[in-house]
Design a protein around this ligand. Structure first.
Ligand code: SF4
Length: 406
């Protein structure tokens, strides 16, 4: 039987108000456990993260990015931070620069998002994906992820960071996001613009959408919450005229393709040189691509790290489930923005309570496990827990740590 992978976890809760119980120390302990020594001297190490868009600053804080970059340099690696060209171009706007990160920031698929290699894929209806060149060029990778919600699949974690973030724009936006429409969910020959308008009006999320340019109807599955398992108002409004239906396979297609896309990226590396770090801080309901600030609907949890991508995302989702939704924040948010399940005690993951029961956040990791990418069984090892640090003797308090100018 294969070994059960370890997942290292540093909680945002400290047992004492002292530096040694700080998140920075927990990150360093996690890195120690992950053991970057497999990174060889002069290895080019991609730190793949989401640098945010526009005014969306709730990404992994540069404070931690710099610590990770320093740890890579310590073992002789040559780090570079990388993300899609748009995010890289104005990263300084959100505090990420060569000076602050401690290494260059390089567009993952070149300056025009076209430096990519075609990779064949074994998913129905999809022939190939274009993997980002700078990522394929790297010798090692830190899959550095902001753990948060996502409209298409409920959750954006380690898989999503490289499955969408590891590809050039046409693959990200058209092929991967577009796969939700692969399985037919209505008879297009019977659909008219007027009929679609009826469906749209019935939907509280305005998800049924008419594309005027292409003269065709689609459902914006990203915003659809499946009426939280109750009567689907769009289906009711259709009255069986076009056979409009909301089905799990449309949502699952996205998760399956993400798992397969992540595997292509991982297969391009020696896995002893790949490390996954999930930051469950500032846990927003939607993806960092939104480019705006969002309410944190789940309280901060901490840092989760593993060498196993299935284990790291499963453990992060388990910790999110244990934490639960911040209901006092949720009740301040108008339904137009987020319409949570009317029964918050329903036996669903917090991301399903927000995004709908068909957006099961574990699915991507399950598809990954089926493809031999890792294990959903894991051993959680907490580092510098609150209990442990509470028993440690704090050093004499220093209110102005060096260098002091007082
Ligand atoms: S299931 Fe509900 S939320 Fe989804 S498209 Fe239909 S009416 Fe809108």
């Amino acid at each position: 039987m294969a070994d059960i992978p370890e997942v290292y976890y540093g909680s945002n809760i400290a047992g004492v108000d002292s530096m040694f119980a700080n998140m920075s120390q927990k990150l360093e302990k996690i890195i120690e456990h992950l053991d970057f020594s497999t990174i060889e001297k002069k290895d080019k190490v991609a730190v793949k993260m989401h640098l945010g868009f526009n005014d969306g600053y709730q990404t992994v804080p540069v404070f931690f990015v710099r610590r990770i970059v320093e740890a890579i340099k310590k073992v002789g690696g040559v780090p570079f931070v990388t993300d899609n060209p748009t995010a890289v171009y104005n990263a300084a706007h959100r505090g990420y620069t060569q000076e602050t990160c401690g290494c260059p920031i390089i567009p993952i698929a070149g300056i025009k998002d076209g430096y990519a290699t075609e990779k064949m894929i074994d998913i129905d209806g999809i022939e190939s994906l274009f993997a980002a060149g700078a990522l394929l060029d790297a010798d090692a990778m830190i899959n550095l992820t902001h753990a948060k919600g996502h409209g298409s699949c409920g959750y954006g974690g380690a898989f999503k960071n490289i499955a969408l973030g590891g590809y050039s724009a046409p693959t990200r936006w058209n092929t991967i996001h577009g796969v939700v429409h692969r399985d037919p969910y209505f008879d297009a020959s019977k659909m008219t613009k007027e009929h679609l308008e009826k469906l749209r009006e019935a939907c509280p999320k305005n998800s049924p959408t008419w594309n005027e340019k292409e003269k065709k109807a689609t459902c914006m599955f990203y915003t659809c919450d499946q009426c939280h398992g109750g009567t689907k108002l769009c289906v009711e409004a259709d009255e069986g005229k076009t056979g409009w239906s909301i089905n799990p396979e449309n949502f699952d297609a996205f998760q399956e393709l993400m798992a397969a896309a992540a595997k292509i990226i991982l297969d391009s590396f020696d896995l002893s040189k790949v490390f996954h770090l999930n930051f469950a801080l500032d846990i927003t309901p939607y993806c960092d691509c939104m480019g705006m600030s969002m309410p944190a609907v789940i309280d901060d949890i901490g840092i989760i790290g593993s060498k196993d991508i299935v284990a790291v995302d499963t453990a992060t989702l388990d910790l999110i489930k244990e934490q639960g939704l911040n209901e006092s924040v949720l009740k301040k948010i108008p339904e137009k923005y987020i319409r949570p399940n009317p029964d918050l005690s329903a036996d669903l993951h917090p991301w399903q309570l927000l995004h709908g029961p068909m957006k099961d956040p574990y699915k991507v990791a399950q598809f990954g496990e089926t493809r031999g990418m890792g294990s959903s069984k894991y051993k959680l090892v907490e580092v510098l827990s609150a209990e442990e640090t509470a028993t440690m003797e704090p050093p004499k308090h220093q209110y102005e740590g060096g260098p002091s100018f007082y």
